[in-house]
Design a protein around this ligand. Structure first.
Ligand code: GLP
Length: 260
């Protein structure tokens, strides 16, 4: 695992956008895994900016959401599909029919989960998966004690996650109890996992994920099992790491040809 400690949100956006841009130019049919929450916003801003400058195109790309709430009306601004459209894909040239999410309105949700994984496999798998991290160490909506081998499935959110995410919802508008999320085993199948975090609120979860044991109690620790995982942080989110000097030293001495 590589740990990159940056100056802040803007640099996180640029470092991760570089990795996304390499996938976009390097593959004929690039496939991106998109995350929601506030952490990916600097990345999406950087990518929109590069698109506007003509530096990248999403015209040949396909994108898959990591997770989705169950039970929200499809046009609800906090549905993850709406969120990703308004924060990112509406501003670039990704063909709208190539933005995929779990079909949470199907009566048979287990079938919708199987179908979602089938769509991902049919697209050739995900080349680069963007990941935030919850303050309890979740990725996607894989809450603590999620099986490290889990597939895409229905989950019930932890009260702490519902409380964290309530800030996005209006007064009287409840955070849904249920979600569909790609499982940890499914996430591990992506070619490159890029997790980013900002602020001291995430520091404990980041330290557990990077330097703690691989354990279902910290779902993000599953990144330790992946051969190409990159964690991009600001100083606040890196605040509980023990090997900060080592990570900075490795990044400073990275050979110019070696990208994240
Ligand atoms: C939600 C999403 C996660 C995200 C997390 C952190 O729970 N399902 O994918 O990583 O929020 O959100 P934020 O980046 O806003 O802290």
């Amino acid at each position: 695992m590589e740990v990159v400690i940056t100056e802040g949100a803007e640099e996180i956006g640029e470092v991760v956008a570089d990795a996304v841009a390499r996938v976009l130019v390097g593959r004929p049919d690039p496939t991106l895994g998109l995350a929601t929450g506030s952490s990916p916003l600097p990345v999406y801003r950087a990518l929109i900016d590069r698109y506007r400058r003509g530096q990248v195109s999403f015209g040949a790309a396909t994108a898959f959401l990591l997770d989705e709430y169950v039970g929200l009306p499809p046009d609800h601004p906090q549905s993850y599909r709406r969120f990703i459209q308004s924060e990112f894909t509406d501003h670039v040239d990704l063909p709208p029919d190539r933005l995929h999410g779990p079909d949470v309105d199907r009566p048979d949700l287990p079938e919708a989960c199987r179908d979602y994984e089938h769509r991902i496999r049919s697209a050739g798998g995900i080349d680069l998966q963007l990941l935030g991290i919850g303050s309890d160490g979740h990725i996607g909506f894989n809450e603590p004690t999620s099986s490290l081998a889990s597939r895409t499935r229905l989950k019930t959110l932890a009260p702490s996650t519902r409380a964290d995410n309530a800030r996005f919802f209006g007064p009287g508008d409840e955070v849904p109890l249920h979600v569909i999320t790609q499982g940890l085993g499914a996430i591990l199948e992506a070619g490159h996992l890029v997790l980013f975090a900002m602020g001291a609120r995430k520091a404990m979860a980041v330290a557990a994920a990077v330097e703690g044991p691989v354990a279902a109690m910290c779902p993000a620790s599953v990144l330790q099992l992946h051969q190409h995982a990159t964690v991009v942080l600001d100083a606040g989110a890196a605040g509980e790491l023990r090997l900060v000097d080592y990570y900075r030293d490795v990044y400073r001495h990275k050979p110019a040809w070696q990208t994240i």
